[in-house]
Design a protein around this ligand. Structure first.
Ligand SMILES: NC(=O)c1ccc[n+]([C@@H]2O[C@H](COP(=O)([O-])OP(=O)(O)OC[C@H]3O[C@@H](n4cnc5c(N)ncnc54)[C@H](OP(=O)(O)O)[C@@H]3O)[C@@H](O)[C@H]2O)c1
Length: 270
């Protein structure tokens, strides 16, 4: 049984360590395509017991291939308690690059309990010749960057990040999200579409043309699944208001699923 209140090696939460040959109990903090891919790779291995954790942001998440738990842990202490209770050896932070609160929580939790932590961090997109990016710190600054003149805006942010655009009702918005935006954004001109990536450049080109889009607001999510809109904007010479990534805590990190597999196979399970 895990002990929740004793001290070991300076950790506030402790658990019995497994032997070097013990099965590794892995918790993946997910919500990304890479987390799902990693889970599916580990699902085929009998030396790993894997659980994937989702925030619960989407109503019907894609199948993950391993047991899934849903919802917050209650901060870093809650996460440490969960890790102890579930006798987790390894924590993989494969959250979205903008999920900085969850990453902070992971970094703090492993200071409370003896669990190895690795981040799987997707490299950011880098502007190339022909891109017209305006980089801003957050959605509020994106609103300012759109300016006063009415524009046709393709908004590709999470549903929870749309609020500031109420302050700019002069624009026409095309809003693409995984789940319906409810309640709708309180602006007079908004068109909604629900869709889940990956998207293709040909489809995004057609979409931008069909809606007469002259500016895109995007996070720098990185990865191929949603890059098509950035490539399509380049082709059409359209501006992209790019919300820059939040600061993430320092932790050992790799940028591919294969590198996580390699790390798991070459680090001590005890
Ligand atoms: N979360 C996702 O799956 C996801 C996917 C795509 C994009 N994003 C983007 O990331 C940004 C922030 O999103 P966010 O609010 O979800 O992240 P966040 O601000 O880092 O997380 C807020 C809280 O949600 C809970 N949480 C987040 N990820 C979790 C996970 N994998 N398992 C269990 N609980 C989790 C944690 O609650 P406790 O403190 O209670 O533990 C966390 O403190 C937005 O721009 C969003 O569009 C997130």
């Amino acid at each position: 049984m895990p002990t929740m209140d004793s001290q070991r090696s300076g950790a506030a939460f402790s658990r019995k360590a497994g032997s070097a040959n013990a099965m590794q109990r892995v918790l993946i903090l997910g919500g990304t395509a890479e987390a799902r891919e990693l889970a599916q790779k580990l699902a085929g291995r009998d030396d790993f017991a894997v659980t994937l954790s989702l925030a619960g942001r989407t109503a019907a998440p894609a199948p993950q291939g391993v047991p899934v738990r849903v919802g917050g842990f209650g901060g870093s202490k809650g996460l440490a308690k969960y890790l102890a209770a579930e006798r987790i050896n390894v924590l993989i932070d494969a959250t979205h690059p903008y999920a900085a609160t969850m990453s902070d929580s992971a970094a703090r939790a492993v200071q409370l309990i003896d669990v190895r932590l690795l981040a799987l961090r997707r490299p950011a997109w880098v502007a190339v010749e022909g891109d017209r990016w305006t980089e801003v710190a957050d959605a509020q600054h994106a609103v300012s960057a759109l300016g006063q003149e009415p524009r046709h805006v393709f908004l590709t942010l999470g549903r929870q990040e749309l609020g500031p655009f109420r302050q700019a009702p002069q624009h026409h918005y095309l809003i693409r999200s995984v789940d319906p935006v409810s309640p709708p954004l309180a602006v007079p001109h908004a068109t909604y579409m629900t869709a889940r990536g990956p998207f293709t450049e040909a489809d995004d080109l057609a979409l931008l043309k069909e809606h007469g889009i002259d500016v895109i607001v995007s996070k720098n999510s990185g990865g191929p699944a949603t890059y098509s809109k950035i490539a399509a904007a380049r082709t059409l010479g359209i501006e992209v208001v790019m919300i820059t990534r939040p600061q993430l805590p320092e932790m050992p990190s790799v940028d591919t699923v294969d590198a996580v597999m390699e790390w798991l196979d070459h680090t001590d399970a005890s």
